[in-house]
Design a protein around this ligand. Structure first.
Ligand SMILES: Nc1nc2c(c(=O)[nH]1)N[C@H]1C(S)=C(S)[C@@H](COP(=O)(O)OP(=O)(O)OC[C@H]3O[C@@H](n4cnc5c(=O)[nH]c(N)nc54)[C@H](O)[C@@H]3O)O[C@H]1N2
Ligand SMILES: Nc1nc2c(c(=O)[nH]1)N[C@H]1C(S)=C(S)[C@@H](COP(=O)(O)OP(=O)(O)OC[C@H]3O[C@@H](n4cnc5c(=O)[nH]c(N)nc54)[C@H](O)[C@@H]3O)O[C@H]1N2
Ligand code: SF4
Ligand SMILES: [Mo]
Length: 669
């Protein structure tokens, strides 16, 4: 370390499985370097491509440092600088008027996981919205369908400890692309292979992950339900399943048998486009290899029948008895493993608004209509589906929109007031993870730049501006963290604020070898797992072979290495290789449509259209196209691929259906 430099512990706040430990190096009050902290056993001192460029984000010329008030038309991004006092006085007065004239439900908070800290997203904000009876946002845009299915089958979202992955003899990555989205899983998978294990990938795209490992099973998009049912039938029909697990530890096995019955290998092959031999070989591995780890990613649950799909994959983990082995089972997430005290228990009744349907909510809701929208930790103008409707809603002159942000995003451009948010390295917070089982304290390395404030500080100011003086809306950061840690649950034993100050990375007191649903009880009524499908799923339509009309393509818009959804999208160094948004296409599809590599194409459907640069690629299979999610709208005529995606919900759990999209394509004139 250079002279006078100190290293402060941080946790990466971004929406990512890994929640890395950071070492933030400060000299003369300025952050000089951000590195991985080697003391974290899973994140191991290295960072990803994006966060290796973090100083560029921290000190970005477009970073918001002062409150702004709109001057031009909504969306134009013309603002004037105001003081915090002016901004909050005006916002407070307008919110009070909305509450008087329309009631609390006319206020809609919209936030997601832009910062996953406890204080950033689940504390004073939730208390304030509860206190005024605001509409309740159903936070469904990412994992809702998959998590609802897991809670249906297991009663919780919890899987094996990722530290046991190296013990697995067979890992099935199913709609997951960890080379881009979960880079700290890669060394664990590599270790499993070094010890003789195999890693297979099921993905309609030939991703970096699919290329890296042993076998790539490449079904048509959104046919995984058929595949999982076909695999289940094969295990049952050949008697290679775990009878005790399926019949005694679970209920619903009879229903399951009836549903898999029609899925012969021949029919499964027809629907998925896979070779029958490949399906049989996969079934063989699932039957025989132990420990068996099913590792579905969130990419498998962004279709219309997502919950049924995740149920059918979860059922494979049950009937195979994969949970019996340390290193086996099913790992989608570990988010429910953290027994923190809820800082804002739900009180009273208020209407729910599904965030996937923000466009409809802003345009169509009545009794009352949405009159005030507060956006933080999210950028829906770029990331929410059916973008034309979202932007039409945001453009409403009678809507008060307040955006608390670090950057002048597409959403911020529509705001009446933009308020500057601090970066995570500038504030205190507590972090868990949706993948591993570590609790971390993230300490402020420097004060916030400019007039930026943390999320909890913003909500303290907002509560006062609305005239609410309740003490619980003014709690300080440290007491909130202390309170969250007082659930009394044994897995948090000894994890106190003081202990975290001394040792900021602490593992839940739950040994990695403890097998969920075997050593731990099943947290469902009756204590058994559930093999019957979630209510309302598995309709005839869900399991029919869904094919597009001639001339239509399946559009997939998954994650990319360079950004986290729209976050990092404004970093020049990450954008250099991709100046314009792209569409990856199979060479034979391009030849058929007369489209040349590197030329612009028009991509459209009934909801909207975008222009993209077509690139010949072996990532998609013929009939599918790919555009990575997501680019900033205002670098491309105010639109991105979410012009094409839909507000339709998944079969159960109210999840998003970003990857059930059909489009047409032609050379741009
Ligand atoms: N670098 C980077 N990291 C990220 C993110 C990012 O944008 N960039 N995003 C973060 C967020 S918000 C999330 S939710 C996670 C998501 O990370 P993952 O769980 O990995 O999920 P996705 O990236 O949505 O999709 C993973 C894979 O699913 C595939 N897929 C799409 N449709 C289907 C299908 O029908 N069947 C199957 N079998 N596979 C399908 C896609 O081709 C893709 O390769 O990653 C987080 N980490
Ligand atoms: N087409 C398509 N669209 C998708 C997806 C897809 O696969 N395809 N994936 C969907 C998924 S999985 C997800 S999770 C969503 C994510 O969508 P969003 O939740 O909108 O996520 P981001 O685009 O990362 O935007 C997060 C914003 O939070 C801001 N932020 C970061 N830290 C803080 C903070 O401390 N305080 C405040 N106030 N703001 C902060 C960042 O600057 C950033 O602008 O996108 C969805 N959209
Ligand atoms: S984005 Fe993910 S991999 Fe990258 S530093 Fe943050 S937590 Fe780690
Ligand atoms: Mo997500």
């Amino acid at each position: 370390m250079a002279a006078g430099e100190i290293a402060v512990h941080g946790a990466c706040p971004h929406d990512c499985y890994d929640t890395c430990s950071l070492r933030v190096h400060v000299q003369d009050g300025v952050i000089r370097r951000i590195e991985g902290d080697p003391s974290h056993p899973l994140t191991r001192g290295f960072l990803c491509y994006k966060v290796n460029h973090y100083l560029e984000r921290l000190n970005h010329p477009q970073r918001l440092l002062h409150p702004l008030r709109r001057r031009g038309a909504k969306g134009a991004g013309e603002f004037e600088r105001v003081t915090w006092d002016e901004a909050m006085a005006e916002i407070g007065e307008r919110v009070q008027r909305v509450l008087r004239e329309h009631g609390g439900e006319a206020v809609l908070p919209y936030s997601f996981a832009g910062n996953m800290g406890l204080l950033a997203g689940g504390a004073l904000d939730a208390r304030l919205w509860g206190r005024i009876g605001a509409s309740r946002l159903e936070r469904t845009i990412c994992t809702a369908a998959g998590h609802a299915a897991l809670r249906w089958v297991f009663g919780t979202v919890m899987g094996p400890d990722p530290e046991t992955i190296p013990a697995a003899a067979f890992v099935l990555l199913w709609g997951a692309n960890p080379m881009a989205t979960n880079v700290h899983q890669i060394p664990l998978l590599d270790e499993a292979r070094k010890a003789g294990g195999e890693v297979w990938t099921i993905d309609p795209l030939r991703t970096e992950t699919a290329r890296r490992y042993d076998r790539h099973i490449q079904p048509r998009p959104a046919t995984d339900l058929a595949l999982a049912l076909g695999l289940g039938r094969e295990l049952v029909a050949t008697g290679r399943y775990d009878r005790e697990f399926a019949e005694e530890r679970a209920e619903g096995f009879r229903d399951y048998l009836g549903l898999v019955e029609p899925w012969s290998i021949t029919r499964t092959a027809e629907v998925t486009g896979l070779e029958p031999a490949a399906i049989a070989e996969l079934a063989e591995r699932i039957a025989a290899a132990r420990p068996l780890l099913l590792r579905p990613g969130y990419g498998v649950q962004r279709q219309s029948d997502s919950a049924a799909t995740v149920w059918a994959i979860a059922a494979l983990s049950v009937i195979s008895g994969a949970w019996r082995d340390v290193g086996g089972g099913l790992l989608m997430g570990n988010g429910d493993a953290f027994p923190l005290r809820d800082l804002a228990p739900v009180q009273g009744a208020a209407r729910n608004v599904n965030m996937v349907q923000l466009g409809d909510a802003l345009l169509d809701l009545t009794k009352p209509p949405v009159q005030a929208l507060f956006v933080y930790n999210a950028n829906p103008a770029a990331t929410a589906p059916d973008q034309s409707r979202v932007l039409a809603g945001l453009a409403r002159e009678d809507l008060l929109t307040v955006v608390h942000e670090q950057m002048l995003t597409d959403t911020a451009k529509y705001a009446d007031f933009v308020l500057p948010a601090a970066m995570s390295m500038e504030v205190l917070d507590l972090h868990t993870s949706y993948w591993h089982r570590y609790v971390q304290l993230s300490l402020p390395a420097v004060p916030p730049q400019g007039e930026a404030v943390s999320n909890p500080e913003f909500f303290r100011r907002l509560a006062r501006a609305i005239g609410l003086t309740d003490a619980e809306l003014q709690s300080d950061d440290r007491s909130l963290i202390e309170e969250a840690l007082t659930s009394g649950h044994p897995w948090l034993d000894g994890i106190t604020f003081e202990a975290l100050l001394r040792e900021p990375v602490q593992k839940l007191r739950l040994p990695a070898e403890t097998r969920p649903f075997v050593d731990l009880p099943v947290p469902r009524p009756g204590g058994r797992l559930q093999l019957a499908p979630p209510p309302g799923t598995m309709t005839a339509q869900a399991v029919a072979a869904r094919r597009g009309r001639p001339g239509e393509f399946d559009l997939l818009t998954p994650s990319t290495r360079e950004t986290i959804k729209s976050s990092f999208g404004n970093l020049p160094s990450l954008r250099r290789g991709h100046p314009l948004p792209e569409l990856l296409m199979a060479g034979e599809d391009m030849a058929r449509l007369g489209i040349a590599h590197g030329t612009r194409v028009r991509v459209w459907n009934e909801r909207g259209e975008v222009e993209l640069t077509a690139l010949a690629s072996d990532v998609p299979q013929p009939g599918s196209v790919v555009s990575y999610a997501v680019r900033w709208n205002h670098e491309d005529h105010g639109r991105n691929v979410n012009r094409l995606t839909s507000q339709a919900l998944s079969d159960y759990g109210g999840g998003a259906t970003f990857y059930t999209v059909r489009v047409r394509i032609e050379a741009a004139g």
